[in-house]
Design a protein around this ligand. Structure first.
Ligand SMILES: NC(=O)c1ccc[n+]([C@@H]2O[C@H](COP(=O)([O-])OP(=O)(O)OC[C@H]3O[C@@H](n4cnc5c(N)ncnc54)[C@H](OP(=O)(O)O)[C@@H]3O)[C@@H](O)[C@H]2O)c1
Length: 362
């Protein structure tokens, strides 16, 4: 079969189409003749060598849709061990669901991995209730564009999407967001408060980290929650810390009316560009005095619960069937174009889902 093989970690050019043997299904696994797979941000990190435990040569790709060879049923699968950039995959039955009629392969693929992530962030970790306000970072992306639509479908209000360009923000508003904001706005926390009539955001779903996460914290309402899905090292690169609620006696505080002001401990007054964007400093005093919560979400904790995974998939498919949720396909590439697709995602030039048609040869 044809597959995209990574022989050594590297740039997009490290991804090459090769002929390799079909995988052999292990216990509890089934072969799927793949129609589509997709690009996820984690594939980029794996390709670049951010997962040293990844043994090479490897076939990347965390998801696949197609027909199960044993019974010809149309199924979509999560491939936690990779292998998706190929004509045939061996998928764990526990991580595979059948696709209802009326949901096409592209929709099923986008809904299963990225939709479940959006669902988990909003409902499992974020505990969203109808009427609450929601903000989503990278809102035009694969996970983000589904999180925005899901928040709207769950009667969140207002729904706020963050995206880096005017075109992306227009796209986000087209998904039903009430407000679209620029994540690079130095007054992002204030913009979040303005968008909620001064109340602050009830739930901020963040996959960027750094200054965006800090602004999200600063823009939370009492009892608001920040849910972290991931982070982009260097995305907001600086080592500033959130300086939380201060003692009234705190000398020299210029921001006592704004307890979440981001401060620069170097005193230089600008980003240093030196540190991991994953670092957000938060003290127990800050948590206690602001009545906020911080949570994380990782798909692994859903996929290991078969009934939960299937229940979420059913709900996502049902919302899609009712027209409340739709995967926007940015582009569909052939296997030999996967490297170029990685480059496009890294360049932040994609909106929605990037698909790979494994059967297309040109
Ligand atoms: N926790 C989990 O279980 C789980 C599961 C799936 C995905 N994730 C995470 O969710 C996030 C979104 O994944 P995705 O596959 O849907 O990707 P994506 O959102 O389609 O693409 C990433 C987006 O992140 C934004 N971004 C901000 N800083 C960036 C930077 N330095 N480089 C590149 N992009 C940057 C860009 O949007 P703007 O240009 O609009 O800022 C970009 O379009 C990733 O962080 C991923 O690791 C987590």
């Amino acid at each position: 079969m044809r597959a995209v093989v990574l022989r050594h970690p590297g740039g997009p050019e490290a991804l090459r189409v090769e002929r390799v043997p079909e995988p052999l299904p292990g216990p509890g696994e089934s072969l799927i003749d793949v129609t589509l797979t997709g690009v996820n941000f984690d594939d980029l990190d794996q390709r670049a060598g951010a997962y040293p435990e990844l043994a090479v040569p490897a076939v990347l790709g965390l998801e696949a849709v197609g027909r199960r060879r044993s019974d010809g049923r149309r199924v979509v699968a999560l491939l936690r061990q990779g292998g998706g950039y190929a004509e045939v995959v061996a998928a764990r039955d526990a991580y595979t669901v059948e696709i209802p009629a009326g949901i096409d392969d592209a929709q099923a693929l986008g809904l299963f991995e990225q939709g479940t992530t959006a669902y988990g962030a909003l409902l499992l970790a974020g505990r969203l209730r109808p009427g609450e306000s929601v903000a989503v970072s990278a809102a035009a992306g694969g996970v983000g564009h589904l999180a925005v639509q899901l928040a709207v479908a769950l009667d969140a209000s207002p729904v706020i999407g963050l995206a880096s360009t005017p075109a992306k923000r227009q796209f986000v508003e087209g998904l039903g967001a009430d407000v679209a904001l620029d994540p690079a706005d130095p007054e992002l926390a204030a913009r979040l408060r303005e968008a909620t009539d001064g109340a602050g955001v009830d739930l901020f779903v963040d996959s960027v980290g750094g200054a965006v996460a800090r602004a999200g914290l600063a823009g939370l309402a009492p009892f608001g929650r920040l849910v972290c899905l991931g982070w982009r090292p260097g995305a907001a690169g600086d080592d500033r810390t959130v300086d939380g609620p201060r003692a009234a006696t705190d000398p020299g505080s210029a921001h006592d009316d704004d307890p979440w002001t981001v401060v620069d401990p170097t005193g230089a007054g600008h980003a240093t560009g030196s540190a991991d964007a994953g670092v957000v400093t938060l003290t127990t005093a800050q948590l206690a005095r602001s009545s906020i919560g911080c949570a994380g979400f990782w798909m692994r904790h859903v996929v290991d619960h078969r009934e939960l995974l299937r229940g979420i998939a059913d709900r996502l498919f049902e919302l899609a069937a009712r027209g409340r949720l739709a995967v926007h396909v940015d582009r569909t590439v052939a296997l030999h174009e996967v490297g170029a697709a990685h480059a496009a995602v890294a360049a932040r030039s994609t909106t929605g889902k990037v698909l790979v048609d494994v059967r297309r040869e040109v």
